[in-house]
Design a protein. Structure first.
Length: 128
């Protein structure tokens, strides 16, 4: 399983306070969630949760890992927002009014305006 998925499962366990509730929320088997958390703990060499029959709570190391997981997911989300905003065209709408002498507008301004810009239905222009 990838690290992103691991962080998502870990944070869901933290939020719900329960392995079984986290599994239910994520449509996973509870044993899958338990094994996943166990693999993270084994890789880190520490316990992230203090488990009892009724309560699952974070250890001190778990708190540190939780803070890092939140920062990592926030950074990923921010990167996605930046990329999608670069790909999303800026919406231009409104009216462009240019006041000039009619001869200047006809021979100088109009030829310089791209026809595709003037053809956009949400953009209107007027020369007066």
């Amino acid at each position: 399983m990838d690290r992103f998925r691991e962080l998502t499962v870990f944070l869901r366990v933290v939020d719900t306070g329960s392995f079984s509730r986290a599994a239910r929320d994520l449509a996973l088997n509870p044993s899958t969630v338990s094994k996943l958390i166990g693999r993270i703990e084994e890789r880190l060499g520490t316990r992230l949760f203090a488990r009892s029959s009724r309560v699952v709570r974070l250890t001190a190391d778990g708190e540190v890992f939780r803070a890092g997981a939140l920062r990592a997911l926030e950074a990923l989300e921010q990167a996605e927002v930046e990329i999608t905003s670069l790909r999303t065209p800026i919406a231009v709408k409104g009216t462009l009014r240019i006041h000039s002498l009619p001869a200047f507008a006809r021979y100088q301004l109009a030829p310089g305006c791209p026809h595709s810009l003037l053809a956009i239905p949400i953009f209107t222009s007027s020369f007066s």
